[in-house]
Design a protein around this ligand. Structure first.
Ligand code: ADP
Ligand code: MG
Length: 448
Protein backbone atom coordinates (compact mmCIF):
# COMPACT_ATOMS: atom_id res chain seq x y z
CA UNK A 1 0.00 0.00 0.00
CA UNK A 2 1.17 3.45 -0.79
CA UNK A 3 0.67 6.69 1.05
CA UNK A 4 -2.18 7.87 -1.19
CA UNK A 5 -4.22 4.82 -0.42
CA UNK A 6 -3.79 5.41 3.26
CA UNK A 7 -4.89 9.00 2.75
CA UNK A 8 -8.08 7.70 1.14
CA UNK A 9 -8.74 5.32 3.99
CA UNK A 10 -8.00 8.00 6.51
CA UNK A 11 -10.54 10.30 4.85
CA UNK A 12 -13.20 7.63 4.91
CA UNK A 13 -12.54 7.08 8.56
CA UNK A 14 -13.00 10.76 9.18
CA UNK A 15 -16.63 10.40 8.13
CA UNK A 16 -17.10 7.26 10.03
CA UNK A 17 -15.58 8.14 13.37
CA UNK A 18 -16.07 11.88 13.35
CA UNK A 19 -13.81 14.84 13.01
CA UNK A 20 -12.39 14.99 16.50
CA UNK A 21 -11.66 11.28 16.85
CA UNK A 22 -10.03 11.40 13.49
CA UNK A 23 -7.89 14.31 14.45
CA UNK A 24 -6.85 12.73 17.71
CA UNK A 25 -6.08 9.24 16.59
CA UNK A 26 -5.92 8.74 12.84
CA UNK A 27 -4.42 11.93 11.50
CA UNK A 28 -1.27 11.66 13.66
CA UNK A 29 -0.44 8.29 12.10
CA UNK A 30 2.01 7.95 9.29
CA UNK A 31 1.65 4.83 7.21
CA UNK A 32 5.06 3.29 6.56
CA UNK A 33 3.84 0.54 4.26
CA UNK A 34 2.92 -3.11 4.21
CA UNK A 35 5.27 -6.00 4.21
CA UNK A 36 4.70 -9.70 4.84
CA UNK A 37 1.11 -9.10 5.86
CA UNK A 38 1.99 -6.46 8.44
CA UNK A 39 0.96 -2.84 8.07
CA UNK A 40 3.25 -0.44 9.88
CA UNK A 41 2.49 2.99 11.20
CA UNK A 42 4.46 5.61 12.95
CA UNK A 43 2.52 7.00 15.90
CA UNK A 44 3.45 9.96 18.12
CA UNK A 45 3.26 7.84 21.27
CA UNK A 46 2.68 4.29 22.30
CA UNK A 47 -0.53 5.45 23.84
CA UNK A 48 -1.89 6.54 20.46
CA UNK A 49 -0.72 3.33 18.81
CA UNK A 50 -2.30 1.08 21.40
CA UNK A 51 -5.45 3.09 21.33
CA UNK A 52 -5.80 2.86 17.58
CA UNK A 53 -5.13 -0.84 17.65
CA UNK A 54 -7.77 -1.39 20.27
CA UNK A 55 -10.39 0.93 18.94
CA UNK A 56 -10.10 1.12 15.18
CA UNK A 57 -8.54 -2.20 14.34
CA UNK A 58 -11.58 -3.60 12.54
CA UNK A 59 -12.42 -0.44 10.66
CA UNK A 60 -8.87 -0.10 9.38
CA UNK A 61 -8.51 -3.75 8.47
CA UNK A 62 -11.75 -4.05 6.58
CA UNK A 63 -10.68 -1.09 4.44
CA UNK A 64 -7.22 -2.44 3.85
CA UNK A 65 -8.82 -5.65 2.71
CA UNK A 66 -11.23 -3.98 0.33
CA UNK A 67 -8.33 -2.34 -1.48
CA UNK A 68 -6.84 -5.77 -1.97
CA UNK A 69 -4.06 -5.98 0.56
CA UNK A 70 -3.50 -9.10 2.58
CA UNK A 71 -2.71 -7.68 5.98
CA UNK A 72 -3.17 -9.72 9.11
CA UNK A 73 -1.48 -7.52 11.67
CA UNK A 74 -0.72 -3.91 12.48
CA UNK A 75 2.37 -2.58 14.14
CA UNK A 76 3.30 0.79 15.49
CA UNK A 77 6.63 2.38 15.96
CA UNK A 78 6.85 5.42 18.13
CA UNK A 79 8.25 8.62 16.77
CA UNK A 80 7.29 11.84 15.12
CA UNK A 81 6.20 11.71 11.50
CA UNK A 82 9.03 12.28 9.03
CA UNK A 83 7.88 15.77 8.02
CA UNK A 84 7.81 17.03 11.55
CA UNK A 85 10.82 15.17 12.85
CA UNK A 86 12.96 16.90 10.25
CA UNK A 87 12.32 20.27 11.81
CA UNK A 88 12.71 19.29 15.41
CA UNK A 89 15.76 17.69 16.84
CA UNK A 90 15.90 13.96 16.71
CA UNK A 91 13.24 13.38 19.28
CA UNK A 92 13.53 9.97 20.70
CA UNK A 93 9.96 10.38 21.83
CA UNK A 94 9.45 8.61 25.06
CA UNK A 95 7.87 5.36 24.06
CA UNK A 96 7.04 4.57 27.58
CA UNK A 97 3.79 5.70 29.04
CA UNK A 98 4.96 7.35 32.16
CA UNK A 99 6.10 10.66 33.53
CA UNK A 100 6.15 14.11 32.04
CA UNK A 101 3.93 14.80 29.06
CA UNK A 102 1.31 12.42 30.34
CA UNK A 103 -0.54 15.33 31.75
CA UNK A 104 -1.53 16.57 28.35
CA UNK A 105 -4.61 14.40 28.49
CA UNK A 106 -6.59 13.94 25.31
CA UNK A 107 -6.14 16.53 22.57
CA UNK A 108 -8.73 19.29 22.46
CA UNK A 109 -10.69 20.12 19.36
CA UNK A 110 -10.11 23.73 18.38
CA UNK A 111 -13.66 24.17 17.17
CA UNK A 112 -15.16 23.17 20.47
CA UNK A 113 -15.03 26.54 22.14
CA UNK A 114 -17.62 28.78 23.72
CA UNK A 115 -17.84 31.03 20.69
CA UNK A 116 -19.03 28.13 18.60
CA UNK A 117 -21.49 26.86 21.12
CA UNK A 118 -25.03 27.92 20.38
CA UNK A 119 -27.07 28.51 23.48
CA UNK A 120 -30.78 27.80 23.65
CA UNK A 121 -33.34 26.83 26.22
CA UNK A 122 -32.37 23.13 26.28
CA UNK A 123 -28.74 23.81 27.16
CA UNK A 124 -28.68 27.19 28.84
CA UNK A 125 -28.14 25.87 32.33
CA UNK A 126 -25.34 23.55 31.31
CA UNK A 127 -23.76 26.37 29.38
CA UNK A 128 -23.98 28.79 32.30
CA UNK A 129 -22.45 26.25 34.66
CA UNK A 130 -19.65 25.52 32.22
CA UNK A 131 -18.96 29.22 31.87
CA UNK A 132 -18.74 29.58 35.58
CA UNK A 133 -16.22 26.78 35.91
CA UNK A 134 -14.26 28.21 33.00
CA UNK A 135 -13.72 31.43 34.91
CA UNK A 136 -11.29 29.53 37.07
CA UNK A 137 -12.39 31.38 40.19
CA UNK A 138 -12.93 29.79 43.57
CA UNK A 139 -14.60 26.42 43.30
CA UNK A 140 -18.28 26.87 44.00
CA UNK A 141 -19.68 23.50 43.05
CA UNK A 142 -17.77 20.31 42.88
CA UNK A 143 -18.06 18.37 40.76
CA UNK A 144 -19.90 19.86 37.86
CA UNK A 145 -21.77 16.91 36.45
CA UNK A 146 -23.06 17.34 32.89
CA UNK A 147 -25.29 14.73 31.44
CA UNK A 148 -27.44 14.22 28.38
CA UNK A 149 -27.99 12.07 25.31
CA UNK A 150 -25.54 11.51 22.51
CA UNK A 151 -24.48 14.49 20.47
CA UNK A 152 -26.00 17.18 22.64
CA UNK A 153 -22.76 19.02 23.31
CA UNK A 154 -21.22 17.54 26.45
CA UNK A 155 -17.80 17.06 24.96
CA UNK A 156 -18.03 20.40 23.24
CA UNK A 157 -18.67 22.15 26.54
CA UNK A 158 -15.86 20.33 28.31
CA UNK A 159 -13.36 21.28 25.64
CA UNK A 160 -14.63 24.83 25.80
CA UNK A 161 -13.96 24.92 29.53
CA UNK A 162 -10.46 23.60 28.96
CA UNK A 163 -9.69 26.16 26.24
CA UNK A 164 -10.96 29.00 28.29
CA UNK A 165 -8.99 27.96 31.36
CA UNK A 166 -5.85 27.50 29.34
CA UNK A 167 -6.22 31.04 28.06
CA UNK A 168 -7.25 32.69 31.31
CA UNK A 169 -5.40 30.66 33.85
CA UNK A 170 -2.26 29.23 32.26
CA UNK A 171 -0.98 28.59 35.76
CA UNK A 172 -3.55 25.85 36.24
CA UNK A 173 -2.90 22.29 35.29
CA UNK A 174 -6.00 21.28 33.36
CA UNK A 175 -6.49 17.67 32.42
CA UNK A 176 -9.21 16.49 30.09
CA UNK A 177 -9.70 12.88 29.14
CA UNK A 178 -12.38 10.31 28.55
CA UNK A 179 -13.22 7.77 31.21
CA UNK A 180 -12.05 5.14 28.80
CA UNK A 181 -8.65 6.77 28.63
CA UNK A 182 -8.59 7.05 32.37
CA UNK A 183 -9.14 3.35 32.64
CA UNK A 184 -6.67 2.58 29.94
CA UNK A 185 -3.93 4.52 31.69
CA UNK A 186 -4.80 3.00 34.97
CA UNK A 187 -4.56 -0.52 33.58
CA UNK A 188 -1.33 0.33 31.87
CA UNK A 189 0.11 1.76 35.06
CA UNK A 190 -0.85 -1.41 36.89
CA UNK A 191 0.80 -3.53 34.27
CA UNK A 192 3.95 -1.46 34.22
CA UNK A 193 4.03 -1.20 38.00
CA UNK A 194 3.79 2.54 37.86
CA UNK A 195 0.74 2.93 39.95
CA UNK A 196 2.36 5.45 42.28
CA UNK A 197 3.27 7.64 39.32
CA UNK A 198 -0.26 7.33 38.11
CA UNK A 199 -1.69 8.38 41.44
CA UNK A 200 0.66 11.29 41.83
CA UNK A 201 0.00 12.46 38.33
CA UNK A 202 -3.74 12.55 38.72
CA UNK A 203 -3.60 14.07 42.15
CA UNK A 204 -1.43 16.92 40.96
CA UNK A 205 -3.88 18.47 38.51
CA UNK A 206 -5.90 21.57 39.32
CA UNK A 207 -8.84 20.82 37.11
CA UNK A 208 -9.78 17.30 36.14
CA UNK A 209 -12.34 16.65 33.44
CA UNK A 210 -13.51 13.15 32.72
CA UNK A 211 -15.81 12.62 29.77
CA UNK A 212 -18.35 9.78 29.42
CA UNK A 213 -17.91 8.49 32.92
CA UNK A 214 -20.65 5.89 32.43
CA UNK A 215 -17.92 3.91 30.76
CA UNK A 216 -16.28 2.93 34.04
CA UNK A 217 -19.49 1.58 35.54
CA UNK A 218 -19.04 -2.07 36.36
CA UNK A 219 -15.27 -1.88 35.97
CA UNK A 220 -14.51 -2.34 39.59
CA UNK A 221 -10.89 -1.53 40.13
CA UNK A 222 -11.08 1.43 37.77
CA UNK A 223 -14.07 2.77 39.64
CA UNK A 224 -12.25 2.34 42.87
CA UNK A 225 -9.23 4.24 41.63
CA UNK A 226 -11.40 6.91 40.12
CA UNK A 227 -13.20 7.32 43.40
CA UNK A 228 -9.93 7.85 45.26
CA UNK A 229 -8.65 10.31 42.71
CA UNK A 230 -11.93 12.11 42.82
CA UNK A 231 -11.93 12.37 46.61
CA UNK A 232 -8.32 13.43 46.80
CA UNK A 233 -8.98 16.29 44.39
CA UNK A 234 -12.20 17.37 46.02
CA UNK A 235 -10.42 17.43 49.37
CA UNK A 236 -7.82 19.74 47.91
CA UNK A 237 -10.61 21.88 46.56
CA UNK A 238 -9.66 21.20 42.95
CA UNK A 239 -12.36 21.51 40.34
CA UNK A 240 -13.75 18.38 38.75
CA UNK A 241 -15.99 18.21 35.72
CA UNK A 242 -17.68 14.99 34.76
CA UNK A 243 -19.93 14.06 31.89
CA UNK A 244 -22.14 11.07 31.36
CA UNK A 245 -24.97 10.00 29.15
CA UNK A 246 -27.38 9.92 32.07
CA UNK A 247 -27.83 11.18 35.62
CA UNK A 248 -25.46 9.82 38.28
CA UNK A 249 -28.15 7.77 39.99
CA UNK A 250 -29.22 6.25 36.71
CA UNK A 251 -25.88 4.79 35.73
CA UNK A 252 -26.18 1.08 36.13
CA UNK A 253 -23.35 -0.62 38.01
CA UNK A 254 -21.89 2.62 39.21
CA UNK A 255 -21.09 2.25 42.87
CA UNK A 256 -23.55 4.02 45.11
CA UNK A 257 -20.85 5.91 46.98
CA UNK A 258 -19.48 7.29 43.71
CA UNK A 259 -22.86 8.21 42.44
CA UNK A 260 -23.73 9.98 45.66
CA UNK A 261 -20.49 11.95 45.68
CA UNK A 262 -21.18 13.01 42.13
CA UNK A 263 -24.46 14.45 43.24
CA UNK A 264 -22.81 16.63 45.86
CA UNK A 265 -21.92 19.21 43.29
CA UNK A 266 -24.05 20.63 40.55
CA UNK A 267 -25.82 18.17 38.31
CA UNK A 268 -27.15 19.68 35.10
CA UNK A 269 -28.57 18.07 32.06
CA UNK A 270 -28.48 18.95 28.43
CA UNK A 271 -32.00 18.51 27.16
CA UNK A 272 -32.74 17.26 23.68
CA UNK A 273 -32.55 20.09 21.18
CA UNK A 274 -35.62 21.99 20.16
CA UNK A 275 -36.36 23.40 16.75
CA UNK A 276 -35.00 26.89 17.49
CA UNK A 277 -31.74 25.57 18.82
CA UNK A 278 -31.26 23.31 15.82
CA UNK A 279 -31.91 26.22 13.51
CA UNK A 280 -29.41 28.35 15.40
CA UNK A 281 -26.80 25.62 15.24
CA UNK A 282 -27.32 25.17 11.50
CA UNK A 283 -26.75 28.85 10.86
CA UNK A 284 -23.65 28.87 13.00
CA UNK A 285 -22.21 25.75 11.41
CA UNK A 286 -22.94 27.04 7.94
CA UNK A 287 -20.88 30.13 8.68
CA UNK A 288 -18.10 27.85 9.87
CA UNK A 289 -18.25 25.57 6.85
CA UNK A 290 -18.25 28.59 4.58
CA UNK A 291 -14.75 29.27 5.82
CA UNK A 292 -13.50 25.98 4.47
CA UNK A 293 -15.73 25.48 1.44
CA UNK A 294 -16.18 29.07 0.41
CA UNK A 295 -19.54 30.70 0.70
CA UNK A 296 -22.30 28.67 -0.82
CA UNK A 297 -25.78 29.83 -1.62
CA UNK A 298 -28.41 27.95 0.29
CA UNK A 299 -32.03 28.17 -0.75
CA UNK A 300 -34.62 29.51 1.62
CA UNK A 301 -36.26 26.87 3.64
CA UNK A 302 -33.37 24.40 3.59
CA UNK A 303 -32.31 25.18 7.14
CA UNK A 304 -35.87 25.06 8.37
CA UNK A 305 -36.40 21.77 6.63
CA UNK A 306 -33.29 20.23 8.18
CA UNK A 307 -34.06 21.57 11.65
CA UNK A 308 -37.49 20.10 11.35
CA UNK A 309 -36.50 16.72 10.01
CA UNK A 310 -33.22 15.84 11.68
CA UNK A 311 -34.02 15.87 15.33
CA UNK A 312 -31.97 13.05 16.79
CA UNK A 313 -28.65 14.65 17.54
CA UNK A 314 -26.53 17.58 16.63
CA UNK A 315 -23.75 15.48 15.22
CA UNK A 316 -26.07 14.05 12.60
CA UNK A 317 -27.41 17.48 11.82
CA UNK A 318 -23.90 18.76 11.37
CA UNK A 319 -23.02 15.79 9.18
CA UNK A 320 -25.97 16.54 6.94
CA UNK A 321 -24.90 20.12 6.48
CA UNK A 322 -21.32 19.15 5.87
CA UNK A 323 -22.41 16.76 3.17
CA UNK A 324 -24.47 19.45 1.49
CA UNK A 325 -21.53 21.84 1.49
CA UNK A 326 -19.17 19.23 0.13
CA UNK A 327 -21.59 18.20 -2.58
CA UNK A 328 -22.47 21.71 -3.54
CA UNK A 329 -18.88 22.84 -3.81
CA UNK A 330 -18.08 19.75 -5.85
CA UNK A 331 -20.72 20.30 -8.49
CA UNK A 332 -20.70 24.07 -8.22
CA UNK A 333 -24.39 24.51 -7.54
CA UNK A 334 -26.31 26.15 -4.80
CA UNK A 335 -27.97 24.02 -2.19
CA UNK A 336 -31.58 23.56 -3.27
CA UNK A 337 -34.44 21.62 -1.75
CA UNK A 338 -33.99 19.04 -4.49
CA UNK A 339 -30.35 18.60 -3.68
CA UNK A 340 -31.25 18.06 -0.05
CA UNK A 341 -33.62 15.27 -1.01
CA UNK A 342 -31.06 13.56 -3.25
CA UNK A 343 -28.04 14.08 -1.15
CA UNK A 344 -29.53 13.23 2.23
CA UNK A 345 -32.06 10.61 1.25
CA UNK A 346 -30.53 8.05 3.58
CA UNK A 347 -30.61 10.34 6.61
CA UNK A 348 -34.09 11.55 5.86
CA UNK A 349 -35.39 8.08 5.38
CA UNK A 350 -34.14 6.93 8.74
CA UNK A 351 -35.69 9.90 10.49
CA UNK A 352 -38.92 9.17 8.70
CA UNK A 353 -39.59 5.95 10.51
CA UNK A 354 -43.18 6.23 11.56
CA UNK A 355 -44.04 5.41 15.08
CA UNK A 356 -47.59 4.27 15.71
CA UNK A 357 -49.80 5.03 18.68
CA UNK A 358 -49.96 1.31 19.36
CA UNK A 359 -46.18 1.00 19.55
CA UNK A 360 -46.06 3.93 21.92
CA UNK A 361 -48.68 2.39 24.17
CA UNK A 362 -46.86 -0.89 24.21
CA UNK A 363 -43.44 0.58 25.02
CA UNK A 364 -44.79 2.90 27.70
CA UNK A 365 -46.75 0.10 29.35
CA UNK A 366 -43.64 -2.06 29.32
CA UNK A 367 -41.50 0.72 30.73
CA UNK A 368 -43.83 1.37 33.64
CA UNK A 369 -44.67 -2.23 34.13
CA UNK A 370 -48.40 -1.95 33.66
CA UNK A 371 -50.71 -4.01 31.52
CA UNK A 372 -51.62 -2.76 28.07
CA UNK A 373 -55.25 -3.47 28.87
CA UNK A 374 -55.00 -1.13 31.85
CA UNK A 375 -53.45 1.57 29.74
CA UNK A 376 -56.48 1.44 27.46
CA UNK A 377 -59.03 0.69 30.13
CA UNK A 378 -60.88 2.93 32.59
CA UNK A 379 -58.73 2.68 35.76
CA UNK A 380 -57.74 6.03 37.15
CA UNK A 381 -55.22 5.21 39.84
CA UNK A 382 -52.07 7.22 39.54
CA UNK A 383 -49.80 4.29 38.68
CA UNK A 384 -51.94 3.70 35.61
CA UNK A 385 -53.12 7.19 34.78
CA UNK A 386 -49.64 8.69 34.72
CA UNK A 387 -48.16 6.27 32.16
CA UNK A 388 -51.35 6.65 30.14
CA UNK A 389 -50.89 10.40 30.01
CA UNK A 390 -47.29 9.97 29.00
CA UNK A 391 -48.36 7.69 26.18
CA UNK A 392 -50.92 10.29 25.09
CA UNK A 393 -48.28 12.97 25.13
CA UNK A 394 -45.83 10.89 23.10
CA UNK A 395 -48.57 9.99 20.63
CA UNK A 396 -49.27 13.64 20.06
CA UNK A 397 -45.57 14.47 19.77
CA UNK A 398 -44.36 11.58 17.69
CA UNK A 399 -47.21 10.78 15.35
CA UNK A 400 -49.27 12.90 13.03
CA UNK A 401 -52.54 11.61 14.48
CA UNK A 402 -55.13 14.14 15.55
CA UNK A 403 -56.47 14.26 19.10
CA UNK A 404 -59.75 12.50 18.20
CA UNK A 405 -57.78 9.81 16.39
CA UNK A 406 -55.55 9.32 19.39
CA UNK A 407 -58.61 9.28 21.63
CA UNK A 408 -60.12 6.43 19.62
CA UNK A 409 -56.94 4.42 20.07
CA UNK A 410 -57.02 4.96 23.80
CA UNK A 411 -60.11 2.91 24.32
CA UNK A 412 -62.44 5.45 22.73
CA UNK A 413 -61.64 8.46 24.88
CA UNK A 414 -62.78 11.93 24.06
CA UNK A 415 -60.31 14.30 22.42
CA UNK A 416 -60.54 16.67 25.40
CA UNK A 417 -59.29 13.88 27.66
CA UNK A 418 -56.28 13.47 25.41
CA UNK A 419 -55.67 17.18 25.37
CA UNK A 420 -55.84 17.28 29.14
CA UNK A 421 -53.32 14.42 29.39
CA UNK A 422 -50.92 16.08 26.98
CA UNK A 423 -51.12 19.40 28.83
CA UNK A 424 -50.64 17.72 32.15
CA UNK A 425 -47.42 16.10 30.97
CA UNK A 426 -46.12 19.35 29.50
CA UNK A 427 -46.78 21.01 32.82
CA UNK A 428 -45.11 18.28 34.85
CA UNK A 429 -42.09 18.24 32.59
CA UNK A 430 -41.27 21.74 33.77
CA UNK A 431 -40.22 20.48 37.16
CA UNK A 432 -39.98 16.74 37.15
CA UNK A 433 -36.57 15.58 36.06
CA UNK A 434 -37.31 11.94 36.45
CA UNK A 435 -40.26 12.34 34.15
CA UNK A 436 -38.14 14.09 31.58
CA UNK A 437 -35.68 11.29 31.64
CA UNK A 438 -38.34 8.64 31.28
CA UNK A 439 -39.80 10.47 28.33
CA UNK A 440 -36.51 10.96 26.58
CA UNK A 441 -35.58 7.36 27.13
CA UNK A 442 -38.88 6.23 25.68
CA UNK A 443 -38.51 8.56 22.77
CA UNK A 444 -35.10 7.15 21.98
CA UNK A 445 -36.39 3.62 22.25
CA UNK A 446 -39.24 4.42 19.91
CA UNK A 447 -37.07 6.22 17.41
CA UNK A 448 -34.46 3.51 17.17
P1 ADP B 1 -21.76 14.71 23.21
O1 ADP B 1 -20.40 14.75 23.81
O2 ADP B 1 -22.82 15.23 24.13
O3 ADP B 1 -22.12 13.39 22.63
P2 ADP B 1 -20.60 16.57 21.36
O4 ADP B 1 -20.14 17.61 22.29
O5 ADP B 1 -19.57 15.67 20.78
O6 ADP B 1 -21.78 15.72 21.99
O7 ADP B 1 -21.41 17.29 20.19
C1 ADP B 1 -21.64 16.66 18.92
C2 ADP B 1 -21.47 17.68 17.83
O8 ADP B 1 -22.51 18.62 17.88
C3 ADP B 1 -20.17 18.46 17.94
O9 ADP B 1 -19.65 18.68 16.67
C4 ADP B 1 -20.61 19.76 18.57
O10 ADP B 1 -19.80 20.83 18.15
C5 ADP B 1 -22.01 19.92 18.05
N1 ADP B 1 -22.87 20.64 19.00
C6 ADP B 1 -23.64 20.10 19.98
N2 ADP B 1 -24.32 21.05 20.63
C7 ADP B 1 -23.97 22.23 20.07
C8 ADP B 1 -24.33 23.60 20.31
N3 ADP B 1 -25.19 23.94 21.26
N4 ADP B 1 -23.77 24.53 19.52
C9 ADP B 1 -22.91 24.18 18.55
N5 ADP B 1 -22.53 22.94 18.27
C10 ADP B 1 -23.05 21.95 19.02
MG1 MG C 1 -19.03 13.23 24.02
Amino acid sequence: MVAEQWTGISEELRYEIGESNHKNWIAPLECLGIRDGVVRFRAPSRFVGDWVKRTYHDQIFSRLQTIGTDVTRMEFIVGEPAQRAATTTATATANKISSGDELQGAPLDGKYNFDNFVVGKPNELAHAAARRVAEGGPVTFNPLFLYGGVGLGKTHLMHAIAWELKAKRPDLQVLYLSAEQFMYRFVQALRDREIMDFKNLFRSVDVLMVDDVQFIAGKDSTQEEFFHTFNALVDQNKQIVISADRAPGEIKDLEARISSRMQCGLVVDLHPTNYELRLGILHRKAAQFAQSYGSIKIDDGVFEFLAHRITTNVRVLEGALQRLFAFSSLIGQEVSQDMVQDCLSDMLRSSERRVTVEEIQRKVAEHFNIRLSDMLGPKRTRTIARPRQIAMYLSKEMTSRSLPEIGRRFGGRDHTTILHGVRKVIEMREQDNQLNEDIELLRRLLES
